[in-house]
Design a protein around this ligand. Structure first.
Ligand code: KIV
Length: 265
């Protein structure tokens, strides 16, 4: 199967099937997602929390994102690779936004970038698209500006907020994005947005009416235990057997039963 492209993702809005997206942060997670046939691999800035131990995504830098995007790219052959633009890599101005987005393609070998914000960042999205770089939008709960939103809360709950989210989605479509992540909004609202815009929506905590879904790799595989949002389904609990294996290894090193004769030269 050939490499998945932004037009392929766009076409799924009409043709289906729904778009599977998962985050990845390095060679093995990228390769696992790709080998499983996932459509879109997102090098999310959730990297800051699940891999780098930051309390949130605000501190994540361009250099950190690039370092991890390069590793993911080496492990992915087929899936579309989307790199998340970190906080303040695009908000300051159009030129800086284009330059940083370009670095993800030139240095990171990503296929597209994602940025957070609707109406407020549509000028940056449009400029990046005009520069020839495919852009995925991200609206609803936008973790980089969660403090301004009053915390990690469901967005678009009243009429005014719902209308504003619809405006955000439409502004991004006009900017030329090929898809939009909708995070933490009522299922009825994301279904309405999905039916009113021409590009696929990819939901996280946004119900089943979106054109696709995204989950954080470490959440869905049980590798991150600091907290688990309500919208996460844990498909396995990989953390527990890994911890068990490490304990057994420690015991065997201490007792001298590892390495056995078969592991020696
Ligand atoms: O950084 C990330 O992982 C994301 C997804 C939650 C959409 O932006």
């Amino acid at each position: 199967m050939g490499k998945i492209t932004p037009p392929d993702i766009l076409a799924r809005k009409k043709k289906g099937p729904k778009i599977s997206t998962v985050t990845a942060y390095d060679y093995p997670t990228g390769k696992l997602a790709d080998d499983a046939g996932i459509d879109v691999v997102l090098v999310g800035d959730s990297l800051g929390m699940v891999c780098l131990g930051y309390p949130d995504t605000v501190s994540v830098t361009m250099e950190e994102m690039l370092h991890h995007t390069k590793a993911v790219s080496r492990g992915v052959k087929t899936a579309l690779i989307v790199a998340d633009m970190p906080f303040l890599s695009y908000q300051v101005g159009v030129e800086e936004a284009i330059r940083n987005a370009g670095r993800f393609l030139k240095e990171g070998r990503a296929d597209a970038v994602k940025l957070e914000g609707g109406v407020s960042q549509a000028d940056k999205a449009a400029a990046i698209v005009r520069a020839g770089i495919p852009v995925m939008g991200h609206i609803g709960l936008t973790p980089q500006t969660a403090t301004q939103l009053g915390g990690f809360k469901v967005q678009g709950k009243d009429t005014r907020a719902a209308l504003s989210l619809m405006e955000d989605a439409k502004a991004l479509c006009e900017a030329g994005v090929f898809s939009i992540v909708i995070e933490c909004v009522p299922a009825s609202l994301s279904s309405r947005i999905t039916s009113q815009i021409p590009v696929p929506t990819i939901g996280i905590g946004a119900g089943g009416g979106c054109d696709g879904q995204v989950l954080v790799f470490h959440d869905m595989t049980g590798l991150f235990d600091r907290f688990t949002p309500k919208f996460v389904k844990k498909y396995c609990d990989a953390g527990a057997p890994i911890k068990e294996a490490l304990k057994r290894y420690k015991e065997e090193v201490e007792s001298g039963s590892f390495p056995g004769p078969e592991h020696q030269f």
